[in-house]
Design a protein around this ligand. Structure first.
Ligand code: PYC
Length: 319
C-alpha cells in the first residue's frame, strides 16, 4: 500500500496531508468519516505520524471530498496520540498544500471539518487567514499548585481544542528551555487531571498554553504550548490563539477588530482579530493569519514485510 503526502510547516510547526492513496471512507459527514478512519484505519494514522516516517511533533491530516459544495475540500486532523477537533496551523498548511497542488488560487475558500465549516483566504502562495470555529472561555482564574514547582493561575477555554491558558507563572519562555517547559506542562496537565478540572462535559484539557511577555516589541505576548502527545507547538498555535482571544475579549482587554500578535516559543507570529459570535457576548469568532511553506511531497510505502510499516508506537502520555 502507498500513501501520497504533502508536507509543509506553518510558523515552524509541521503538517503532513494525505492527498491520495488513503482508504475510501464512503459518504457521510466529516465527523462520521473521521470516526470510520479512527475505527478501521487508525494504523494509517500511526504509519503517517509515528517514527520511522514521522515524529511526535507532526500533525497529520486526511484530505477528503467535501459534502458541502461550497467547500474546496474536507479534512480531519490527527497527531501521535489521536485526533484533533480543529487545527489552526494545520488549516494554514492545508490551504498552502491545495495551492501547491494547483487546486486553489488566491481568494476566498472554505474547508469542511468535523467541527464545522472553516472559511479561509489564500492571500498568496504562502499567506493565509482562517476563520476559526466559535471560541469561548469556560472558567476564569483557575489556580493550581504543582508540587515542587509552584502556583499557576489560568483560564480554561475552547478554541477548537481545550486549553488551560496560564497567565500567571514564573517560567522564562525561552527556546533554550523547551525541555524544562515541556516537563512543567506535563506536570500542570497531570495536576488538572488529578483535580478533575476539565473542559465542557468532562472533556480532557489536553493543551497547556503558558503566556509571558514577548521578545519582540512588535508583538503582544509570547507562548509555549504543550500539545496532547507531548510535543511543543513550534507555531503560536491557531486554536490556542483563538482561545486566548476569547479570554481577552471576555475581560474587555481586546476590542473586536483589534489586532493581537501572538509570538511562539520560536519567535514566529500569528496575527489575530475577533468579532463577537452572539449578542450576549458569550463566544467569539477569530481570524488567524499566518504563513506556511511546502517542504516536500512523498509517496509513503507500507511494505507488508516491514515490522514498522505502521510506525513505532509508544505510550507518550505515561511520561
Ligand atoms: O495550530 O491549532 C493549532 C494546533 C493545535 C495543535 C498543534 N497546532
Amino acid at each position: 500500500m502507498s500513501l501520497v503526502v504533502v508536507d509543509s510547516h506553518t510558523a515552524g510547526e509541521p503538517t503532513r496531508i494525505i492527498v491520495s492513496g488513503g482508504p475510501s471512507l464512503n459518504s457521510g459527514s466529516l465527523a462520521e468519516r473521521r470516526d470510520r478512519f479512527r475505527h478501521d484505519f487508525d494504523h494509517l494514522r500511526s504509519a503517517v505520524v509515528h517514527e520511522p516516517r514521522g515524529s511526535d511533533v507532526l500533525v497529520g491530516g486526511m484530505l477528503c471530498k467535501p459534502t458541502d459544495s461550497q467547500c474546496v475540500a474536507g479534512v480531519f486532523f490527527f497527531n501521535n496520540v489521536g485526533y484533533l477537533g480543529m487545527c489552526g496551523h494545520g488549516t494554514i498548511g492545508v490551504a498552502v498544500t491545495l495551492a501547491h497542488l494547483g487546486r486553489i488560487a488566491p481568494g476566498e475558500h472554505c474547508l469542511e471539518t468535523p467541527v464545522g465549516l472553516v472559511p479561509f483566504t489564500l492571500h498568496d502562495e504562502n499567506r493565509v487567514t482562517l476563520e476559526n470555529v466559535p471560541s469561548y472561555r469556560l472558567q476564569k482564574d483557575v489556580a493550581i499548585d504543582v508540587s515542587g514547582i509552584g502556583r499557576f493561575v489560568g483560564d480554561v477555554a475552547w478554541g477548537g481544542n481545550w486549553f488551560y491558558l496560564v497567565h500567571q507563572n514564573n517560567e522564562r519562555l525561552e527556546f533554550s528551555r523547551v525541555d524544562d517547559l515541556t516537563s512543567v506542562g506535563w506536570k500542570i496537565r497531570h495536576e488538572l487531571q488529578r483535580r478533575q478540572i476539565t473542559g465542557a462535559d468532562g472533556a480532557e484539557i489536553d493543551h497547556i498554553d503558558l503566556f509571558g511577555p514577548p521578545m519582540s516589541s512588535d508583538n503582544h505576548s509570547r507562548n509555549f504550548v504543550l500539545c496532547p502527545g507531548g510535543a511543543y507547538d513550534r507555531s503560536p498555535c491557531g486554536t490556542g490563539t483563538s482561545a486566548k482571544l476569547a479570554c481577552l475579549a471576555a475581560d474587555g482587554k481586546l476590542q473586536p477588530g483589534e489586532v493581537w500578535r501572538q509570538e511562539s516559543i520560536l519567535g514566529t507570529v500569528f496575527e489575530a482579530t475577533y468579532r463577537w459570535d452572539d449578542d450576549q457576548h458569550q463566544s467569539i469568532v477569530s481570524r488567524i493569519t499566518g504563513s506556511a511553506f511546502v517542504t516536500g511531497e512523498a509517496t509513503l510505502h507500507l511494505d507488508p514485510h516491514d515490522p514498522f510499516r505502521y510506525g513505532i508506537c509508544t505510550d507518550v502520555t505515561s511520561r
